[in-house]
Design a protein around this ligand. Structure first.
Ligand code: SF4
Length: 285
């Protein structure tokens, strides 16, 4: 389950952000509205109330998993001032037996702010980062205000050293560098996620791979309106995933990532490649 919306928007401004697309479709938000992130609660007590309201239908005694967050990055710069993510974590960890599954593109800030809490509750926290690029300069064009991948990877290593359980999600796996699609100088970028994972200095305890979704909307927002171009790219991407996924899984198996144990695919990717995966082991307590 996900935590409530105590922030709105996300300053990281990833070009493929599903949450931004949702706000664009539903409320007509522009990109600049989305990246002007702001708190939705006025005080920390309001955040506590929001979290407790979320408990109402779920027993605090069960071993549920709470994703922080599915709607924005919990450690975007706002967190330094408001500390609402801290309040959420403290409330849930103190008042329930749930596990927290953290996911951020600002893991250095996360550790600077909340390392004490993570280590105190290390058995109930999964510390996760998203990785889509390995070159800082290219990543900056796609995820402009997030921490660069080299910094994320260092933070992952640090989290491992602290004894936290760690996970990495490569979603979206983007074969083409998005800004080059707009410039018309299409540049193949990441053939398979293995290229990223081989560069990791530590092995995460869990790995998730996912494809690029909502391609039509993303391209439209990037200024590509030609239906032919969009259709061609969607077909190319589909072909790409179908071609490279079997090889990727084989290579990851050699690196001891086993499908259904410590390696998972998002449903969209699994479906595309006709791979059946059960999710009962994901973030097991
Ligand atoms: S960090 Fe996540 S929520 Fe924030 S802009 Fe990027 S994809 Fe969207």
């Amino acid at each position: 389950m996900g935590v409530g919306r105590y922030y709105v928007g996300c300053v990281h401004g990833c070009l493929y952000c599903y949450n931004y697309l949702f706000h664009w479709r539903r409320f007509g938000w522009r990109y600049r509205d989305w990246i002007r992130a702001r708190p939705r609660c006025r005080t920390q007590s309001e955040v506590v109330k929001l979290v407790r309201r979320g408990f109402e239908n779920f027993s605090p005694e069960e071993r549920y998993r709470l994703y922080v967050s599915l709607c924005f990055d919990p450690y975007q710069p706002l967190e330094e001032r408001y500390r609402y993510t801290r309040v959420v974590l403290e409330t849930v960890l103190r008042e329930t037996r749930w596990t927290i599954v953290l996911l951020t593109k600002a893991p250095r800030r996360a550790l600077e702010l909340d390392q004490d809490l993570y280590t105190r509750y290390r058995d109930r926290i999964w510390f996760g980062i998203t990785l889509t690029h390995y070159r800082d300069d290219l990543c900056r064009e796609v995820e402009p205000s997030a921490e660069p991948p080299t910094v994320r990877v260092e933070a992952l290593k640090r989290a491992k050293e602290l004894g936290l359980r760690t996970w990495v999600i490569v979603e979206p796996w983007i074969p083409y560098h998005l800004p080059t699609l707009v410039r018309g100088t299409v540049r193949r970028y990441l053939t398979t996620p293995v290229e990223l994972l081989e560069k990791l200095p530590v092995r995460p305890d869990l790995l998730v791979l996912g494809k690029l979704n909502h391609v039509e909307d993303i391209l439209k927002l990037l200024g590509i309106h030609s239906e032919t171009k969009v259709r061609k790219l969607v077909e190319e991407l589909t072909r790409h995933y179908r071609t490279y996924l079997p090889w990727t899984l084989k290579r990851l198996r050699e690196l001891n990532y086993v499908l259904g144990e410590n390696l998972f695919l998002t449903e969209e990717l699994a479906e595309l490649a006709n791979v059946r995966v059960t999710y009962h082991n994901l973030f097991r307590n």
